[in-house]
Design a protein around this ligand. Structure first.
Ligand code: DAH
Length: 337
């Protein structure tokens, strides 16, 4: 009997060791340890043994065999689970070594680069960065900037109106901002002077795209409000900016012009090292009506403002022939900058 038990135990252990899948381990478990299994069968024969000692010895041999086989099944189960996991990890792993030698790093879009450099330069000159909403009220975009209802300058802006009316806006008098100048008004209403801010941002006009126009483009606005600010401060700031942004061999000039929101108004040009002039943007002394709309007393405060296009600067800097190329997101074009 003892020999029979020993043989059954050895056979069972060989079978367990040979099991090559988790399913076969489970099946073997029921087969070997179930009621009809070899060890259970031997157990039923214990009663047929003649002496108590024989029964005791055979009984503990069967129980020990059951324990040993149970442990072997558990061990085989763990072994196979670990192998299965390792195989899955191996299968799902991605070989990245082919990228190890040539890391392909992306970079900011050329317009974003210009935007960020402009911010850096103005921050260096002591300005803070301000923001305003892209969906604006007619009041902030025109009225408060000294362009009342029927002002001819409104026509030049090719405005896109929207049906939606944000808080404080009136239906039919809500628009996509046509310039960053409304941020002047919002800043004056929000913070006490002295104010030294620049406001870069996206602006919109009802324009058909062509080589030099896009219906969505970017501007940067500047606003300074303090006591005793004069046109000389404006000219000095434009000159300092020109040298800091373009280089020491560039200079600037102001040309008389007209904008409803400044008086006097000017356009500013920069001179390249080769002597040629490039028109950059508009500027001027903040009109008293604009100060009043911003809640400021023109007898106490004065200031200057300026604004220019960011996309245009990027186009000129990199000699891009067609501004539309900047927005088709063709990676072969974008990668050049
Ligand atoms: N907002 C003007 C435009 O979009 C640009 C401009 C001109 C802004 C003169 C200014 C300024 O702040 O003083 O055409």
């Amino acid at each position: 009997m003892i020999d029979e038990i020993g043989a059954a135990r050895e056979t069972a252990l060989t079978q367990v060791a040979a099991a090559d899948s988790l399913e076969s381990v489970t099946m073997l478990g029921t087969q070997l340890l179930g009621k009809k299994g070899p060890l259970a069968q031997l157990k039923t024969k214990l009663g047929g043994l003649s002496t108590v000692d024989e029964k005791k010895a055979a009984g503990s041999a069967v129980n020990e065999a059951i324990q040993v086989v149970t442990a072997a099944l558990e061990f085989r189960n763990i072994e196979l689970s670990e192998a299965a996991l390792a195989a899955r990890v191996q299968f799902e792993s991605i070989d990245l070594t082919e990228y190890a030698d040539r890391p392909t790093r992306g970079h900011a879009h050329v317009v974003t680069q210009a935007w960020e450099r402009l911010e850096d330069v103005f921050i260096g000159l002591g300005f803070q960065v301000a923001e305003g909403p892209e969906v604006e009220t007619d009041w902030h975009n025109f009225e408060a900037l000294n362009m009342g209802e029927g002002h001819p300058a409104r026509g030049e802006f090719d405005t896109l109106f929207v049906d939606h009316a944000p808080a404080g806006g009136q239906p039919g008098r809500t628009l996509l901002r046509t310039h960053t100048s409304p941020v002047q008004i919002r800043t004056m209403l929000e913070q006490e002077p002295p104010i030294y801010i620049v406001a870069p941002g996206r602006v919109f006009r009802r324009d058909t795209p062509d080589a030099t126009h896009m219906p969505v483009f970017h501007q940067i606005e500047g606003l300074v409000i303090d006591r005793n600010i004069t046109m000389a401060d404006l000219a000095g700031t434009i000159e300092a900016f020109t040298k800091a942004f373009f280089g020491a061999d560039f200079s600037s000039r102001l040309r008389p012009s007209y904008f409803p929101f400044t008086e006097p108004s000017a356009e500013f040009d920069i001179q390249r090292p080769d002597g040629s002039w490039l028109e950059l943007g508009g500027c001027g002394m903040v009109h008293p009506n604009v100060l009043i709309a911003g809640g400021l007393d023109p007898e106490q405060w004065s200031g200057f403002a300026f604004g220019f296009g960011i996309d245009r600067m990027a186009v000129m800097r990199h000699q891009v022939a067609d501004i539309r190329d900047m927005y088709v997101n063709d990676i072969r074009f974008i990668e050049q900058f």
